[in-house]
Design a protein around this ligand. Sequence first.
Ligand SMILES: Nc1ncnc2c1ncn2[C@@H]1O[C@H](COP(=O)(O)OP(=O)(O)O)[C@@H](O)[C@H]1O
Ligand SMILES: [Mg+2]
Length: 183
Amino acid sequence: MFEINLAEKYVPHSAQLPFHLDGYKIRYRGVFGGTGSGKTLAGVAEDVRWLIENPGIVGYVFEPTYLMVKHILIPTLEKILGSLTSSPLIKSFHQGDMHITLWNGSQLWLGSLLNPELAEGANIDFVHVDEARLIRNFDTAWHVIERRLRGSGGGHPNGAWSQQRLTLQDHIYIAYLRTQKQN
Ligand SMILES: Nc1ncnc2c1ncn2[C@@H]1O[C@H](COP(=O)(O)OP(=O)(O)O)[C@@H](O)[C@H]1O
Ligand SMILES: [Mg+2]
C-alpha cells in the first residue's frame, strides 16, 4: 500500500483554504481569482484529496480544450502525484483515453469540454471544471456534467468550479449562483 502525504506537496494559502474547508459540506464550490492566483492547483489538490480519502471514487477534470489538458492540467497533477507514467501512486495512466487509476482503485478522467456531447458517459462522483469561462456552450456542458454527477456508487457527488474574473452579468457567475441554491 502506498501513501501520499498531501501536506508535503501542497499547503493552501489563505485564499485557497476556505475552498478546501468546505469539502464534504458544500455540494458546489468555486475558486475565483486572477491569473496565477492558484485556482488550478487548489482544484487539483482537492481532486487528489478526494481520490485518496475515498478509495474507489471516480472523478473527472475538464479543461476547455485538450491542449489545456496537456499543457496545464497534467503538469499541475504531476506537481502533486509525480510523473503520471512512473509514480508509484499510479497503477495505470492510459494516455489515449486520458484515464488514471490510482493505487487505491480511485479513478480520474481528464477531458475537454470543446464538444460537451462527447463528455456523456458513465456516472461519476465528482467533477472539477478548470477555466470555466473559456468553455463555449457552457450551458450544454453544465447539463452534461449534472447528468453524469449521479455517483458511481463509490462516494459523494460533488462539483467544483475554477474560474477567473466574474461580473454579475457573467453567464458563468449566473450559472454558479444557480448551483448555490442547490447546496
Ligand atoms: N498553495 C500554493 N503553494 C505553492 N505554490 C502554489 C500554491 N498555489 C498555487 N501555487 C503555484 O502558483 C502558480 C500559479 O498557480 P495556478 O494554480 O496555476 O494559478 P491559476 O490557475 O489561478 O492561474 C503555480 O506555479 C502553482 O504551482
Ligand atoms: Mg489555472
